[in-house]
Design a protein around this ligand. Structure first.
Ligand SMILES: [Zn+2]
Ligand SMILES: [Zn+2]
Length: 99
């Protein structure tokens, strides 16, 4: 027996052969999904995760994807800041500040 393409519900005996959906609701949902899939293909990010691409500029799976150049810049920034903090603390100790 034919099944609804959207929800998997078996179609009634009286259903026309061209009918692929149990209801207009399911037909509508299916087309919405279909158009969404066609417009926003799923691609694999440089980090290996799959994500839905929304536009040509959308190249990474998420804002905090480890493969994003911005993410590595931020990490580098944090590292430098930490190094600076340590150097500063070392200097303060050497000068006897706060001792
Ligand atoms: Zn259905
Ligand atoms: Zn990613």
């Amino acid at each position: 027996m034919a099944k609804c393409q959207q929800c998997g519900e078996p179609l009634g005996i009286g259903a026309r052969r061209s009918t692929r959906f149990c209801s207009d609701r399911c037909r509508f949902d299916w087309w919405t999904d279909y158009r969404g899939r066609a417009q926003h293909p799923t691609v694999t990010c440089a980090c290996g995760r799959q994500f839905v691409r929304r536009n040509a500029m959308h190249a990474y799976c998420s804002p905090d994807c480890p493969e994003r150049p911005q993410a590595s810049l931020r990490r580098e920034n944090d590292r430098l800041r930490q190094a600076l903090r340590e150097a500063r603390a070392g200097l303060d100790r050497a000068l006897g500040v706060g001792a």
